[in-house]
Design a protein. Structure first.
Length: 313
């Protein structure tokens, strides 16, 4: 039986954060969420401690954080980065690095040393044309990746100085129900369900996709095992984006057009983003059980049900 813990999670309303929160609650842990919004966790608010705040104002809740005295701190909160337009916005640095460092200073004031889990990104790695392992040298090509890498280095050194356990998570294209609506898979599903034509870039990029349930299983084991270091959370598989588009289009089975326009290919985004997941599988002993096709069907069903509920209202 697992020992029940107090877990503080910033950004706990987001796609990844809210999924982790629900798993922690299911397993009986006490959870304190600090997040800019609460729309994704409205139905579980009575079961958690919640404070609405962005990263910039985390320090305003120093007394509450110290009073809660978490054993695990998960820092998902991040301003920007979910949209392509954000990846080279200089605000990535201003809005995240200093507030996150100040947040770590609060953790140093806790009565005991917690374990800290920070969320990075595969954008930290930059250009590679082979599956990326945790041993690869980081060389970000946009400000989003640089910002994440900068905080990674700050947090690692500060946690070492504060005698705080340090873990750095790099998710690679986690998808599933309730994902950020502006991302590719939710956008495609909603447009196809609404019988809209879709104009995309060449979709020749090769990427890794991991279903949200498998991501959460890995995350929970890392939390319980108090594993430290850097971990890629990815499927270890490679998918051509055009094939993913076709899978979704075929499953929804409508007559709208998909147009591929190479002139829309994005700059500052690698055309190959795939991860080596041997390290995380060796630690957690979890084999990813959700195939891409199965995960896409579950995700499509979620948005179909959401659309049906909205129509009934």
């Amino acid at each position: 039986m697992n020992i029940k813990m107090k877990v503080l999670i910033t950004g706990g309303n987001g796609f990844l954060g809210s999924s982790i929160v629900r798993k922690l609650l299911y397993e009986g842990h006490s959870v304190y969420v600090i997040s800019n919004n609460k729309n994704n966790i409205e139905n579980i608010l009575p079961q958690i401690k919640f404070q609405q705040s962005d990263n910039e104002h985390l320090c305003n809740y120093e007394k509450d954080i110290i009073s809660f005295n978490p054993e695990v701190v998960i820092h998902c909160g991040w301003s920007g980065g979910n949209n392509y337009n954000d990846v080279n916005n200089i605000k990535q640095l201003y809005d995240n690095i200093e507030p996150s460092v100040k947040f770590l200073e609060i953790l140093n004031k806790l009565p005991h040393r917690p374990n800290f889990i920070g969320f990075g990104s595969f954008a930290e790695y930059g250009y590679y044309n082979e599956p990326i392992s945790e041993m690869f040298i980081e060389n970000p090509i946009n400000l989003y990746g640089l910002s994440k890498l900068t905080f990674k280095k700050y947090s690692e050194l500060l946690c070492k100085n504060y005698n705080i356990g340090w873990t750095w998570i790099r998710p690679c294209y986690i998808y599933g129900p309730n994902d950020v609506k502006t991302r590719l898979i939710p956008t495609l599903i909603n447009k196809f369900l609404n019988n809209e034509d879709v104009i995309l870039d060449s979709c020749e990029a090769i990427t890794d996709y991991l279903y949200i349930d498998d991501f959460v299983k890995h995350m929970y084991q890392l939390i319980i095992l108090k594993s430290t270091g850097v971990y890629n959370l990815c499927s270890g598989n490679q998918y051509l984006i055009k094939d993913v588009v076709n899978l979704i289009h075929t499953e929804i089975n409508n007559n709208n057009n998909v147009i591929y326009d190479p002139s829309k290919n994005r700059k500052s985004i690698p055309s190959y983003i795939c991860g080596d997941n041997k390290k995380i599988q060796n630690i957690t002993n979890i084999i990813n059980k959700t195939s891409l096709n199965e995960g896409l069907i579950k995700t499509i069903d979620f948005y179909k049900n959401e659309k049906s509920s909205n129509i009934k209202r």
